[in-house]
Design a protein around this ligand. Sequence first.
Ligand code: URA
Length: 204
Amino acid sequence: MNPSKYDALKRIRDELLAFSHSPLYEYRTANGYLPVVGEGSHDATIMFVGEAPGQNEAKTGRPFCGAAGTFLTELIEGIGLKREQVYITNIVKDRPPENRDPTPEEIALYSPFLDRQVKIIKPRVIATLGRHSMGYVMRRYDLDLELEPISRIHGKSFETTFIDENNEPQPLTVVALYHPASALYNGGMRGTHKQDFEILKKFV
Ligand code: URA
């Protein structure tokens, strides 16, 4: 474990625990929920970014630990990786009530934590899960002009850079993926997910 990465990620956890000006803070504390910072390898090549925690995640403090998470783990293992070898997080770190989509204000409030996680972990690839994550990540990393509906660009990769802590640009590939929960409502989507994940194999 890299101590400086560990400390920087722990700082994010501590800030999130005390994030009382978030509109989601009261809902978190009233329900005994936890913020979901992220988990996995601090040296991961691939970072998966979902939208926001659901109930299982908010109860345990772990990302993607419900039914969508079980399918995500299967997809990761399908490309020859263990879940512990990647890093998994969300844009919004607290559960929105009733699993509603995160609002633009919530995304604006929480996304600086994700930006910091990218600088700390320095992934080679960010794989976005769902259209909210795709929209945020592609705009944030100067891929606005490539943005299209997810039905057109799922399974595609885009080359860009992120600025590291020394102000140096580092190569970054963004891969747009459907949210794994979509296969829970529509079993026919499982094959599409598996096919889309193939693009990640070259980074394994
Ligand atoms: N859906 C998400 O977007 N993130 C999670 O952590 C769980 C479900």
